[in-house]
Design a protein. Structure first.
Length: 260
């Protein structure tokens, strides 16, 4: 069984956010050998929680994205893809939220979008063999990272054709994201993975399910371009999200039949 490789790009500087952070990039099994091949890409928030328990928010608890992607790609259920983990910073709440809330702050998601679309994405496309186009480009995250992924994915559907929203903080600023989607004229529907754990609170489960229903009203169709998962017993933490990496990769990046 071959395994993917991780490469870290330290202190990647953003002129839009006026700060710097590490990026960690996973290249899939076969990347080094298949020099003529290009690969789809997934941009994930909270990069320090994805690959390494030593850097994660709760030491020892990470999403195991590398091992999970390796197993799913080697098992030919997920197409080989490049995964870019963007570390968060002290400004996480500000960067991952679309609006300002008096007691919580926030509101720099559009600036964060410029960082991702105009700085990180071109850098990754220069450094790695990435397939161009929205259907090969995904964005994802959990909690506020899930919120910002929904917001950017739905605001920039010509760039992102896939969204993974794990336990997204749809509650932010009196359900701002609902109003945003209601007011958005949907011309192109990204493929969306949406989930919530039943032990995250009855109210948040209800709010995420209402958000799912809104997407259905807007034309998304379950199991075609929207998958919703209510995960029994799952809490709001890295251990719970690690369990959902393989299923969301399978839904968003399925291996094509007969793929080698």
């Amino acid at each position: 069984m071959s395994s993917g490789q991780l490469r870290k790009h330290e202190r990647f500087r953003s002129r839009f956010l006026r700060n710097q952070r590490d990026l960690v990039v996973y290249t899939p099994p076969g990347y080094a050998e298949q020099t003529a091949r290009r690969f789809p890409v997934l941009y994930l928030q909270d990069g320090q929680n994805l690959f390494d328990g030593a850097t994660s928010f709760i030491p020892g608890q990470d999403w195991h994205v590398g091992q999970t992607a390796d197993a799913a790609i080697n098992g030919r259920v997920v197409e080989p893809l490049i995964i870019v983990g963007m570390y968060n910073t002290k400004a996480r709440v500000r960067e991952y939220t679309p609006t300002h809330v008096p007691k919580l702050g926030g509101g720099h998601a559009d600036r964060y979008a410029k960082f991702l679309i105009e700085e990180v994405k071109p850098f990754v496309e220069r450094e790695y063999r990435v397939l161009p186009g929205l259907w090969h480009t995904g964005i994802g995250g959990s909690s506020l990272g899930g919120l910002v992924s929904l917001y950017l994915g739905l605001k920039h559907p010509s760039i992102f054709g896939k969204i993974a929203a794990l336990s997204p903080s749809v509650w932010w600023n009196q359900l701002f994201i609902r109003g945003f989607v209601k007011a958005t004229k949907v011309e192109r529907r990204p493929r969306i993975w949406l989930d919530i754990g039943t032990r995250e609170g009855a109210r948040i489960v209800q709010e995420v399910e209402r958000f799912r229903d809104l997407l259905l009203q807007k034309g998304w169709r379950l199991e075609q371009d929207l998958h919703y998962d209510r995960v029994e017993g799952a809490e709001h933490n890295e251990l719970a999200w690690a369990q959902r990496v393989r299923p969301f990769l399978q839904f968003l990046y399925p291996a094509s039949p007969g793929a080698v």
